[in-house]
Design a protein around this ligand. Structure first.
Ligand SMILES: Cc1cc2nc3c(=O)[nH]c(=O)nc-3n(C[C@H](O)[C@H](O)[C@H](O)COP(=O)(O)O)c2cc1C
Length: 391
């Protein structure tokens, strides 16, 4: 049941991720919240990413003794505390100061991986200092191979063992809500300027004393000395590579000795090819509904992809995960783990680092409770028989 929250709701009293989103909406300037929350075009894929979970229903067992339960999962040969990974999101420093560090530390505390975006406002070297963190690095592939080469060299030097290459963004999606908030590129319109002034604690946290956060991993791609948002936006635009193909993936595979995951796959044939090309894992994703509107949701094709790639391939997915029961459904349909996008960003927006802790704890508690209610003790017991499709 949806409840209207009291005007001043503390993040740590939020009962679920949607409530954290509502608290984040109240705390953040409109343009920041809409940047996180929105999707492309008519937001059909964005809505479907949530609606799709409802097509599957559990068929639980009772009388199975679920007094002892475990949520541990294996990803890329390593055990993690629960089958969730914080996925890559760019520009987290606009949500709160050092947003990337806050997410990375919360992930480390929960013993799950954190993925740093290529468009992050914290350097990959700084993230690598997070104690006991398992940090992954996401990259886009740009025209400038020297830049890509230098970036993966930086990752290697900083001790990263897992690279995630995003393939669905060689052309920018059309995010109209984002464009609407600006009078001209990167200049807020009057409404948003005034609205931002009504969020003094955000101004103090994010803009004070250094101004708008800058991009720390784009390096040589940017005009010399210009890591500003304007510089980065035009540089990224210029360097994106609409001609991206398997040729570049092979080039990357040859150069990166660590684990290589490909993010943005939504078709069975490409998933098969990822296996054939020696990728270590696949992230099925429609980029949170921010790229091709009308694209299928990852969950819809999960079972088919698992059947095609076999049991050994690491198979992750993202899009719309807001409840522990969503994660259970993904496991039942064949995923090793899921990536969280907005769920942890809402926590970050609602309460900073403790807000991310709270989001992860909510998801963990929901997953644990629902695993027991399903009649299982651990995730390895789950199989197709616990799920029915269609109604
Ligand atoms: C604010 C925001 C920024 C994002 N930035 C990136 C990015 O830099 N690189 C990337 O591969 N995906 C990016 N994504 C996509 C996420 O990694 C992920 O695919 C998506 O958020 C999953 O959907 P969900 O938000 O509904 O969980 C971004 C998503 C959001 C919401």
């Amino acid at each position: 049941m949806k409840r209207v929250l009291p005007r001043r709701r503390r993040f740590d009293r939020a009962k679920n991720i949607d409530e954290l989103a509502e608290i984040a909406r109240r705390r953040l300037p409109n343009f920041v919240y809409e940047y996180i929350h929105g999707g492309a075009d008519d937001e059909v894929s964005l809505a479907n990413n949530r609606a799709v979970f409802d097509r599957y229903r559990f068929t639980p067992r009772t009388l199975t003794d679920v007094s002892q339960r475990s949520l541990t999962a294996r990803v890329l040969g390593r055990e993690i505390a629960m089958p969730m990974i914080i996925g890559p999101t760019g520009f987290n420093g606009m949500i709160t100061q050092d947003g990337d560090m806050k997410l990375a530390r919360a992930a480390a505390r929960q013993d799950i991986p954190f993925t740093l975006s290529n468009a992050s406002t914290t350097s990959l070297e700084e993230i690598a200092t997070v104690e006991s963190g398992w940090n992954w690095m996401q990259i886009y592939f740009y025209r400038d191979r020297d830049y890509v080469e230098a970036l993966i060299e930086r990752c290697r030097a900083a001790g990263y063992d897992t690279l995630v290459v995003t393939t669905d963004s060689a052309i920018y999606g059309n995010r109209e809500w984002d464009a609407r908030n600006y009078a001209r590129p990167l200049v807020l319109d009057t409404y948003n300027k005034l609205h931002t002034l009504t969020r003094p604690s955000w101004i103090k946290d994010v803009l004070y004393p250094d101004g708008i956060p800058t991009f720390k991993n784009l390096g040589d791609l940017l005009p010399p000395g210009d890591d500003s948002v304007q510089g980065a936006a035009s540089a990224i635009g210029e360097h994106l590579m609409p001609s991206l193909s398997w040729k570049e993936m092979r080039w990357l595979r040859e150069r990166w000795p660590g684990k290589l995951l490909i993010k943005g796959i939504l078709c069975v044939e490409e998933a098969r090819q990822a296996v054939a090309e020696g990728m270590d894992g696949i992230v099925l994703s429609n980029h949170g509904g921010r790229q091709l509107d009308g694209a299928v949701s990852a969950l819809e094709i999960l079972r088919e992809v698992r059947a095609a790639v076999g049991d050994e391939m690491t198979l992750l997915l993202d899009g719309g995960f807001r409840r522990g029961s969503d994660v259970l459904k993904a496991r039942l349909l064949g995923a090793d783990a899921v990536m969280l996008g907005r769920a942890t960003l809402y926590g970050l927006g609602a309460g900073g680092e403790p807000g991310v802790d709270h989001a992860l704890r909510l998801l963990q508690a929901e997953l644990d409770r629902n695993l027991g209610l399903l009649g299982c003790r651990h995730l390895q017991e789950l199989n197709d028989a616990f799920l029915r499709e269609g109604h």
